[in-house]
Design a protein around this ligand. Structure first.
Ligand code: CIZ
Length: 358
């Protein structure tokens, strides 16, 4: 009996399936090596392996760079991201990259900021509805009212504001460079918005300047109370407590450090003698540290950001699918882009940065 074309087709299908299963098994092993310390079981890795394999293939085919904020889940941070960074680190990675497309696994305002710094690149945000309570707390009209009330006083927008708010501001900062900018400006009065905790702590730090703030708060960092931290210290007297700058400054005297995620990570790195930490911030940072320092203890009670956690492997894959990617692309009107880019370049100039965008 001779072979028919159906035999060949089914033999080819079988061969393809065997190959695909072998690739998925390799990917599962790769993921398990990276994610076991963050609590992932082998079965979990096997479930996500088809997704991460496809994303990594699309990434290569499209010369894309995947950037993840530290608050992403470990499957994103370790499974697909080229870099995990704070906001300033993400902007720098995008600027330094020769990739045509940047996929920003973060809330939309950070993805927008990368577009502002790299307007010629295609910037994708896997969930454009991933907003931010800090960003939602201030509008363009609020900024105009502040300018009217304090004429001539420079306005500084935090990175988690909308592009429209950035476009009517003088400067744009992140948790990593806000102090440097205020220090570098000759003005005795500056307006910083919208995070209230950051402006209060800046006021305490800069005795020679007045920082006019706004009343924005972060749903993640506003959750912590003095009682909670005191209770924790009693339970774990040897642990060091590190606060994110968006936590209420009244708590800072109960801990070892306050700063952005970069400062928190550097503190852990520079204190090899400390074996346990309480990272008072979004859970993603502790997940990342558990993977990096399996011998150390990063004690729970972190807080989940409902907006950052809207980014998943599923929507990242969709954003990279060329049929759909226009839905995920960040674009602004030329007026907003021009205004926000001016504020961004002015900040770079004052800070003496050699880079001026991509
Ligand atoms: O400025 C940043 O980087 C933000 C928004 C958070 C962080 O990572 O500290």
């Amino acid at each position: 009996m001779g072979f028919t074309s159906e035999h060949f087709t089914s033999e080819q299908q079988l061969h393809n399936e065997v190959n695909r299963n072998r690739l998925y098994e390799q990917e599962t092993n790769r993921l398990f090596d990276l994610l076991a310390n963050a609590g992932y079981q082998y079965e979990d890795c096997s479930t996500i392996a088809p997704l991460t394999s496809k994303i990594n293939r699309f990434k290569e085919e499209q010369n894309a760079l995947i950037l993840a904020h530290h608050y992403m889940t470990p499957d994103i941070t370790f499974g697909i991201a080229d870099y995990a960074e704070d906001a300033l680190g993400l902007i720098r990675r995008a600027e330094e990259s020769s990739a045509d497309t940047i996929v920003m696994c973060s809330v939309a305002s950070l993805a927008e900021c990368v577009k502002i710094s790299c307007p010629d690149k295609k910037v994708l945000c896997p969930e454009k509805l991933a907003g931010c309570s800090v960003s939602d707390s201030i509008t363009v009209d609020d900024v105009y009212r502040l300018k009217e009330k304090y004429p001539g006083v420079p306005t500084i927008a935090y990175v988690t504001t909308s592009a429209a708010v950035k476009a009517v501001s003088d400067y744009i900062v992140t948790s990593a460079n806000v102090r440097d900018l205020i220090q570098a400006l000759p003005d005795k009065q500056v307006i910083f918005y919208p995070d209230h905790s950051i402006s209060s702590s800046l006021n305490a730090e800069f005795s020679d300047k007045e920082i006019i703030g706004w009343n924005g708060t972060c749903v993640v960092h506003d959750n912590y109370s003095v009682d909670q931290v005191m209770h924790f210290r009693q339970q774990h007297p040897d642990a060091h407590v590190l606060f994110h700058s968006e936590v209420n400054p009244d708590l800072y005297l109960h801990g070892e450090l306050h700063g952005g995620t970069k400062a928190m990570l550097e503190y852990v790195d520079k204190h090899p003698e400390v074996n346990s930490f309480f990272m008072v911030t979004e859970c993603g940072l502790s997940d990342q540290l558990r993977t990096k320092y399996p011998e150390k203890k990063f004690i729970g009670t972190c807080s989940l950001c409902p907006f950052m956690k809207m980014i998943s492997l599923d929507n990242t894959l969709l954003s990279l699918d060329e049929k759909n990617s226009w839905k995920y692309e960040i674009n602004f009107s030329s007026r907003v882009l021009e205004g926000a880019r001016n504020a961004y370049l002015k900040t770079e100039y004052v800070l003496g940065s050699k880079r001026h965008g991509c």
